[in-house]
Design a protein around this ligand. Structure first.
Ligand code: GN1
Ligand code: MG
Length: 377
């Protein structure tokens, strides 16, 4: 249900109060990024200071156990903070608590229930929706996600609940995809014959990392699982990485999916939903910058097999996401937020174009990784 401006204002203020935030709501606006949750920037003035927050509604269709997810996030942020030398507030993801002591708030009844949370807005920070050709954005992101992996190395993964079961289980994702194709509930398969055939041809490749897990060749670690560059906040002046956000899907996983998802999102020549797939290519210069940052942080932590899997991870995660976007289009766009009716189909086409280009350049990616991983640190 669409709220009027006044209703939204009142609702946000009510939520802030539930999280014990005093003062007058002087500014609020929606934050457009992300395809799943809904976020608002808010600023409140308590007569002395202006304080800024992010107020976010979690998508309950996607995250079936949001309370467990918030517990995961709490455990992970505590663990990371225990390793940080600086306790600078800006470098912390800080979720506020309600009077009842919860780091979330449930509003409404029955099927209209909403799940809200509120956290600090990191001042003087910037994030990047695309790297816009900037090697520094990729290098610093690589360094930040590499450090994140290292910090969680000794975190007990059994404490975490899988916030989305089978999240990057590509074999399972592809099985679900072909089931949806088979059902063709909305008669949309005809719009995507070429794309479906391409996914089918590459199904074996898509499952290759799962097979390596089965054979015990790749270790399961605690990973971020959504490593887009817009999930790193940089200091606006120094470009220092301040904090990694969006820990919703932090779960046991493979390092190469984390590595690969930034490559997919940012080491390329067009936006994730570029309508002209011919514009979508892998950018090896940006790939190198990311790999340099990432390997600089994890070179001595990853096993040789993991290092060998990084470039494959980029292609597999791109194929996986193509199948997720296309699968969602086929069932009527229930999962990813869309801006226009064919949006998920357009996203899938752009991602498949990128996947094809990654496969063409697999040898180049492998060569860069080998070169950088043997370099003296
Ligand atoms: C979703 O909403 P956002 O941007 O944080 C999705 C990721 C996809 C991404 C594609 C929970 O993330 O898996 O890679 O869109 N998150 C979930 O942009 O499914
Ligand atoms: Mg996310």
């Amino acid at each position: 249900m669409q709220l009027t401006d006044q209703e939204l204002r009142e609702k946000l203020l009510y939520i802030c109060r539930q999280f014990r935030i005093p003062g007058e709501l002087i500014l609020y606006r929606p934050i457009p990024n992300g395809h799943i949750n809904t976020a608002y920037y808010t600023a409140l003035y308590d007569g002395k200071e202006v304080r800024q927050y992010l107020v976010q509604k979690v998508n309950w269709y996607v995250f079936r156990e949001p309370i467990s997810m918030m517990r995961n996030i709490d455990l992970i942020t505590r663990h990371i903070m225990s390793k940080e030398r600086t306790l600078e507030r800006r470098r912390r993801l800080h979720f506020h608590h309600t009077v009842e002591g919860n780091n979330y708030l449930i509003l409404g009844e029955g099927k209209d229930q909403e799940f809200w949370r509120l956290y600090n807005y990191v001042e003087n920070s910037v994030s990047f929706e695309t790297a816009d050709g900037r090697e520094d954005v990729l290098r610093v992101s690589g360094k930040a996600f590499g450090k994140f992996l290292c910090q969680l190395r000794d975190f007990d993964a059994s404490l975490l609940v899988e916030s989305i079961p089978h999240f990057h289980d590509t074999r399972y994702r592809l099985e679900s995809f072909f089931r949806v194709v088979e059902e063709d509930a909305l008669g949309r398969v005809k719009d995507a014959e070429r794309e479906i055939a391409l996914i089918r041809e590459n199904r074996g490749f898509g499952c290759s990392l799962c097979e390596q897990i089965d054979r015990g060749e790749l270790p399961i670690r605690v990973t971020h699982n959504d490593t887009k560059t817009n999930n790193v906040l940089f200091d606006r002046d120094t470009m220092d990485p301040l904090v990694i956000i969006d820990l919703d899907t932090c779960m046991p996983g493979l390092a190469c999916y984390d590595f690969g998802d930034t490559v997919r999102f940012a080491a390329c020549t067009a936006a994730e939903d570029e309508p002209d797939p011919t514009k979508m290519k892998l950018d090896l210069r940006l790939f190198r910058a990311y790999a340099e940052g990432y390997l600089g942080a994890v070179r001595d932590v990853l096993t040789p097999a993991e290092i060998e899997s990084l470039a494959v991870g980029a292609a597999v995660i791109t194929l996986e996401l193509s199948s997720r976007f296309l699968g969602d289009y086929l069932i009527g766009d229930k999962y990813f937020r869309i801006d226009y009716p064919e949006h998920n189909l357009v996203r899938a086409r752009a991602q498949l174009a990128l996947f094809e280009d990654m496969m063409l350049h697999m040898g180049d990616m492998q060569r860069i990784i080998r070169e950088l991983s043997t370099r003296e640190s």
